[in-house]
Design a protein around this ligand. Sequence first.
Ligand SMILES: [Zn+2]
Length: 394
Amino acid sequence: MQRFLGLCAAFLMLCVSPLVHAEEQPGLAVAVDVHHVAKDLWRVDYRFAQPVTAVKLHSIGKFRQQEWKVLTPGMRMTSDPDSDVIASKGKPFKTASVQIRTFDGWSPKEYVSFNRFGDGGTSVYLGHLQGDVEQGKKTLAMRTDIKLFGLAQENVIAPPANRLEPGGARGYAYFGPSQAVPAGAVKILIDPRTPQWLRETILDAGAKTASYYEKAYQRDLKDELLIMVSVDNFESSGFSMKGGAILGQGQVSYRLEGKQVLLDHPKLRAIAALNVAHEMAHVWQMAVAQGGMRGDQDPWIHEGGAEAMALDALLQTGVYSEELVKAYRAKQAATCEKLGGAVDTYDGIYACGLMRFDKLGVGIVPLWRSMMLATEVKGDPYSQQMIDAIVSAM
Ligand SMILES: [Zn+2]
């Protein structure tokens, strides 16, 4: 079952942090082979450990209705607003194959299904191939074992494994000519079209905030971290940086779009640096042995928390001046005030989430350090009660 952690928009940027959670739901082993068969054509073969009566995937806009074709004879896909279902008129089956065309659209609250790179490569969000299966009335989460097959001569980079939920959702796989390059503690795959200023900003903010979080929160990364950057749509107006930490899987993916991507301006550098610091904060929020965040539970905690952690890291590492931090806080405070302090909207989760952390009157570093320790004890997710207990003991 897919749940979404929510997303954040600041100025012109978006960062999406969905997370798939099985919540102790029973699972069924599924082998998934992904073959890149032609430039914009993919074939996915599912093999189930036991017969199933349906494959049920959380709906991703029009992606599957437009681009998926069921190849297995006798089977078809039907869609409702919440899900796409592949079935064979109720008859059990053990295999299913689909053909997929590269999809250039995306839904604002979802990961982008495909990213095109300037080197001709493509990254595929594997999570959109994953979901649940049904055995009659019983629903089981897929426990997937994914294998990737590129075109001849093509390099394939698999996303790091899902450590917190083995067999659970995976991030982006890259198919193309490039290799990921080690940069300090992380590996990075960067679109050759990425302008120098953005390359510098992402690498600099990434390296500085990562080493700051490591020291401040007294934790090393639990996952090998792979950062992917793609650039597209220079024709569209403005500047958009859509980033997502793919949680528990050691991956951060950024997609940059718009004319202003080519423009080196301090304001855009500041937006990009904050986005990087925010996503890296999520990586540390999930650098725990168990527990962490749950998509359906108080998203203001991890999003507002990431905002507060990011501002602290940017200030302490000198990436942001005090004035810049103040200006951002003031802007978010104004947004939150307009929303009456509520955290039930897209903007409220981030703006009012940040305000809630600010109002606690405790340091963000000791607070989150304690939250990370607390979540690990029994695997309870981050929650308001956890914060209250920690703050009252401080
Ligand atoms: Zn976020």
